[in-house]
Design a protein around this ligand. Sequence first.
Ligand SMILES: Nc1ncnc2c1ncn2[C@@H]1O[C@H](COP(=O)(O)OP(=O)(O)OP(=O)(O)O)[C@@H](O)[C@H]1O
Length: 263
Amino acid sequence: MDAYLNLDHVSIDFPTANGAFRALDNVNLKINKGEFVSIIGHSGCGKSTVMNIVGGLYQATEGGVVLQGKEVNEPGPDRAIVFQNHALFPWLTCYQNVELAVKSVSGHRRNRKQIREWVEHNLELVHMMHAKDKLPSEISGGMKQRVGIARALSMEPKVLLMDEPFGALDALTRAHLQDSLMEIQSELNNTVIMITHDVDEAVLLSDKIVMMTNGPAATIGEILEVNLPRPRKRLELADDQQYNHYRSEVIHFLHERHARKVA
Ligand SMILES: Nc1ncnc2c1ncn2[C@@H]1O[C@H](COP(=O)(O)OP(=O)(O)OP(=O)(O)O)[C@@H](O)[C@H]1O
């Protein structure tokens, strides 16, 4: 059977002053519905480029992306993106930021009451109902990120794309948000692709960790299947042999087998 999301022989060349620069070369990845996939690799290897191609923001030079049997050629609400720096509209409240997304994607099939209920449901999922009438400038970075996640989820995307969603947060806030995301994931069973630099985050959250080689012409080096039972509890896992095995696999890949050469 075909995968839910299929990156099929994806390569991309960027035009530069010195000619074409091949950023990705022959990336092949199959993702099943409901899978949580992390992409990890050294800075500049092409993680965001992969995400931008799946998001439809970039077009592959060779190969392509197929989502549920349909080729991806442009951005669409079936692939919601959460960025590292929460791209909320600063003049809209938390509620209005989510409402705008809901109206734009499903305003035609929801009446006013249904829109309100759906917006509130998604704010509740990320525990942000208490601050729904605040502006982004009045809430913390972690709270903004929660609203960004609520907004993305409210669009009911087929795939949730997260580009270092917790990268700008302090360790404790980050841990809280990771726990929230696991909770939401167990409830909604979203298909998620997340870019991260954090090995523990990747192991804790993922079903699969895609480890990329260094660029140029980066590709997938190895894919690690993380078969830890869910729900996962960070404290229990800290001493878990299997967890530490996965962790060390990723560390060895990044710092030994594909260590970045510093010029
Ligand atoms: N629009 C573009 N034009 C030219 N080169 C680009 C463009 N976008 C990305 N690149 C190059 O492609 C390579 C991969 O970049 P990308 O941003 O995908 O890496 P990354 O792994 O996400 O990096 P980081 O972890 O630092 O965010 C880099 O060498 C980058 O300079």
